[in-house]
Design a protein around this ligand. Structure first.
Ligand SMILES: Nc1nc2c(ncn2[C@@H]2O[C@H](COP(=O)(O)OP(=O)(O)OP(=O)(O)O)[C@@H](O)[C@H]2O)c(=O)[nH]1
Ligand SMILES: [Mg+2]
Length: 281
């Protein structure tokens, strides 16, 4: 919206609301943000839309869930991250990228091919492991993913590995049987290593917009997701789903995927996000 020279009136506020909804903020988050701004304008007697820009930035910043701590790291045993999400969102690729970053910062990493369904899934992860220098544990095609996770943790404990990243098959959040299987994988991990998994990271495809919220709701209910990786941010300008995840589910976005290669993963930066919102709004 051309903020400059616009008077604050219903038409301008509604236009802003539309823009936020189109950027995947979700109707609820967009309405409550604009309501906040209306209140600010009334209280401070503002008349120009440009005077509301800063207030919008502040309101977005306030609504974002920004964790104080980095991703969990256990002491005295392997740290385990379980990666979940629907088909094709970028789980396996994200594991490769995460492993690369962790290895570069001096940690040992083992990746576990808990996707025993899709043909080639295990090989895909094995290739990533080789490329970035991670250990790899796989299972038989069609085998039990919980058994792969178990074997991987056993190997990690025996070798003193720092971090285990467990890949899982893509599954629709609506598929009850497959969601139950995920619960089982998580339970087995917890039995093998106390306190594990230390993070359950839901990978979302940033281009799917509001459908990401539906996925997040279901995965959170099943396996208590602790954070989100927003993959494919390089393919969309619409990151508003971050707000809806915060407002509705209290879920922080931890990392963003910005391409297909090993270095294309970045920490989520709230200030960049706010700047992006203001530029697009
Ligand atoms: N542009 C872009 N492409 C990505 C990103 N992350 C993953 N991809 C691509 O998305 C496609 C699917 O990635 P995978 O990592 O195989 O996704 P997955 O969730 O493991 O898929 P399934 O195991 O089949 O459920 C691949 O072509 C990746 O290269 C990203 O951040 N940006
Ligand atoms: Mg995969």
């Amino acid at each position: 919206m051309p903020w400059k020279g616009r008077k604050i009136d219903e038409e301008a506020l509604e236009e802003l609301e539309e823009i936020l909804i189109e950027s995947d903020f979700g109707v609820q988050a967009a309405l409550s943000l604009v309501e906040d701004l209306r209140e600010v304008a009334r209280r401070q007697g503002l008349t120009e839309m440009s005077q509301l820009r800063e207030a919008l930035g502040d309101a977005v910043r306030r609504a974002l869930v920004v964790p104080e701590d980095d991703l969990a790291l256990a002491s005295g045993g392997p740290t385990v991250y379980l990666m979940v999400g629907v088909n094709g969102v970028g789980k396996t690729t994200t594991i490769g990228k995460m492993a690369r970053g962790m290895i570069e910062s001096g940690r040992t990493v083992l990746v576990a091919a808990g996707d025993t369904y899709r043909a080639g899934a295990s090989e895909q992860l094995a290739r990533w492991a080789e490329r970035v220098g991670a250990d790899f544990v796989g299972g038989q095609d069609g085998g039990d993913p919980a058994a792969v996770a178990y074997d991987a943790l056993e190997a990690a404990v025996a070798r003193g590995t720092d971090i285990v990243l467990v890949d899982t098959a893509g599954r629709l959040h609506t598929h009850k049987g497959l969601m139950e299987e995920l619960v089982k994988v998580k339970r087995v991990i917890g039995k093998k290593v106390e306190g594990a998994p230390h993070e359950v990271l839901l990978v979302l495809d940033a281009t799917v917009g509001q459908n990401g919220i539906v996925q997040a709701r279901e995965f959170k209910a099943a396996v208590d997701v602790s954070g989100v990786v927003l993959a494919k941010m390089d393919s969309t300008a619409r990151g508003g789903v971050v707000m809806a995840l915060s407002e509705e589910l209290g879920l922080p976005v931890r990392l963003v995927g910005i391409g297909e290669s090993a270095d294309d993963l970045a920490p989520f930066d709230p200030d960049d996000f706010v700047a992006g919102v203001l530029d697009s709004a």
